[in-house]
Ligand binder design. Structure first.
Ligand SMILES: [Zn+2]
Ligand SMILES: [Zn+2]
Length: 98
């Protein structure tokens, strides 16, 4: 027997079941938060597919979310600065006229 290091209640582990569960929940929330790209799903839902479909060459490959103004050029990481492109048009977007 030891005591919970958060609340001090007697427990078989350094954390009581309550605080053990709280810690696990916080860990998994953080893991999910780091992997998710906020706004990517929203951009795909708003655009309903590749925004350059029908231009130049047929759509091909998985849909990707592109920054209209690249982050490296000072673009914002917001939905307004995102567009959905297929892999093919993502590759071509710099060579096709806007
Ligand atoms: Zn506790
Ligand atoms: Zn496309």
């Amino acid at each position: 027997m030891t005591t919970c290091r958060v609340c001090g209640v007697r427990s078989v582990r350094p954390l009581c079941p309550t605080h053990q569960a709280a810690l696990a929940a916080r860990k998994s929330a953080r893991r999910g938060g780091w992997k998710r790209k906020p706004g990517a799903d929203a951009a795909k839902a708003r655009d309903g597919g590749c925004v350059m479909r029908g231009r130049g060459s047929p759509c091909r490959g998985p849909l990707q979310v592109d920054h209209i103004v690249p982050l490296s050029a000072g673009g914002a990481d917001t939905l307004a600065n995102k567009q959905t492109l297929c892999a093919e048009h993502h590759r071509l977007k710099d060579v096709l006229p806007a």
